[in-house]
Design a protein around this ligand. Structure first.
Ligand code: PMP
Length: 444
């Protein structure tokens, strides 16, 4: 392999920050190995990707097997055994009425496809006036133009604003820590959020709305924010009453991350379209998918007959084989039970360590998807001055201590807040949970 000196690396290789990160040369379990041999505990699986940790022998063998047999066959000519088996694994039992899997290469592509399928559904069913999409502020749906327009993060959208569709509007992110009023209990908060969504349907004209899109547990932008109890039941009822579709973006929160395979299982509802990615392939191959309800599949079949959308790498055979093995390992090794148990341990340890910390305002999340929110003043929930770039400093301090975590600075209506997101692999061991919290504690 070509060992480029650092100056050359920084010139030819795109990097996501000003400084050139160290080179990763290997991994095992929850650990990444850096050039020089230092081991870094992967407390976030990148961005909630590596659900089985690194170099899981069963997945590596499945990738090698498929690569040796067949890597690529275009979906307009062929299916593959790997693609069929993955679809059967995902929707064979029609979870929540989701009957078909449209397999793409990542999360943004899955969101784009879900948005387009929602629109196509109404073209097929004779309601072409339905073209509006309601999304939520402080949500992240991806970086391609459609997904970016759906996202609620104003500063991410700003530089590209002239390129983004105005079909999207945004309502509250249902963020209790920041938005629930002191005089409100959870039911009153949920009722206010439902009234706001209803008002948005009315403002747009209910029969112009194609879909509402939301992350069941908000991920990167706000840091593991579950909705208040009853929120998604209210959302489902409003969508149904107005004939709009519900799209859930489970790219980050799905595939077991929150303790159930799909996060919506904990909400007592099911979506019409669901985007999944990260934990689907666990980082072994780039892959994402849209799970499509039987109602939409049938409408398309009765109508034009096919989804009017395609990508070169749809249902890539090696990616499907990797994802299939990841999902089989999760199921056969009952890893959702581990997610619940280790998630409880992580929460307990976070509360012990940060429960009384004057700069930690909130500890939240589900399963192995947890975050702490950092504030200058706990009583007033005052965020730190963005100029401090606190989340970036915590990332650096943690990394220096051999911990890779996922800090972020979110924005709600122009107000910033810093959080640290933790999303360790489902195979994480109790001692590693303790180490994550100890190292994060030192960094904070
Ligand atoms: N939706 C959500 C909820 C995400 O967290 C992400 C990625 N962070 C995406 C969509 C986009 O996925 P990708 O980066 O694979 O395109």
């Amino acid at each position: 392999m070509n060992h480029l000196p650092p100056a050359r690396r920084s010139r030819v290789l795109h990097r996501s920050s000003r400084t050139l990160p160290p080179r990763a040369i290997g991994g095992h379990g929850a650990w990444l190995v850096e050039e020089g041999g230092r081991e870094v505990l992967d407390a976030s699986g990148g961005a909630a990707v590596s659900c089985l940790g690194h170099q899981h022998p069963r997945v590596v063998a499945a990738v090698q097997r498929q690569a040796g047999q067949l890597c690529y066959a275009h979906t307009s000519f062929f299916t593959t055994e790997a693609a069929e088996a993955l679809a059967e694994e995902l929707v064979g039992h029609e979870p929540g009425g989701l009957a078909q899997a449209y397999v793409v290469s990542g999360g943004s592509e899955a969101v784009e496809a879900a948005l387009k399928l929602a629109r196509q559904y109404f073209v097929e069913t004779g309601e072409p006036q339905r073209s509006r999409i309601i999304a939520r502020r402080q949500s992240y749906h991806g970086n391609t133009l459609g997904a970016l327009a759906a996202g609620g993060n104003a500063w991410r959208r700003a530089p590209y604003a002239p390129l983004l569709s105005d079909a999207f509007s945004h309502v509250s992110p249902a963020f209790a820590y920041r938005e629930q009023r002191p005089e409100e209990d959870e039911a009153a908060f949920t009722a206010r959020l439902a009234a706001e969504l209803e008002a948005e349907f009315q403002r747009l004209g209910p029969r112009t709305v194609a879909a509402f899109i939301a992350e069941p547990v908000v991920g990167a932008t706000a840091g593991c924010v579950p909705a208040p109890a009853g929120y998604f039941r209210a959302v489902r009822e409003i969508c149904d009453r107005h004939g709009a579709l519900l799209i859930l973006d489970e790219v980050m929160s799905g595939m077991g991350r929150t303790g159930t395979l799909h996060a919506w299982e904990q909400e007592g509802i099911a979506p019409d379209l669901q985007a999944i990615a990260k934990g689907l392939g666990g980082g072994y191959q780039p892959i994402g998918a849209v799970l499509v309800s039987g109602r939409i599949v049938d409408a398309v079949e009765r109508g034009s007959g096919a989804f009017q959308h395609g990508h070169t790498y749809l249902a890539h055979a090696v990616a499907c084989a990797a994802a299939l093995e990841v999902q089989r390992v999760i199921r056969e090794e009952r890893l959702l039970d581990t997610v619940v148990a280790m998630g409880e341990r992580l929460e307990r340890r976070l509360v012990e360590r940060f429960g009384n910390h004057h700069h930690v305002g909130d500890i939240r999340g589900r399963g192995l998807f947890r975050a702490i929110e950092l504030v200058a003043d706990r009583g007033g929930k005052t965020p730190f001055d963005p100029a401090h770039r606190l989340h970036a400093r915590i990332k650096a301090e943690a990394f220096a201590r051999g911990l890779a975590c996922y800090p972020g600075g979110g924005t709600i209506d122009g107000q910033r807040g810093d959080h640290v997101l933790l999303a360790p692999p489902y195979i994480v061991r109790p001692v590693e949970i303790d180490l994550i919290v100890d190292r994060l504690g030192e960094a904070v």
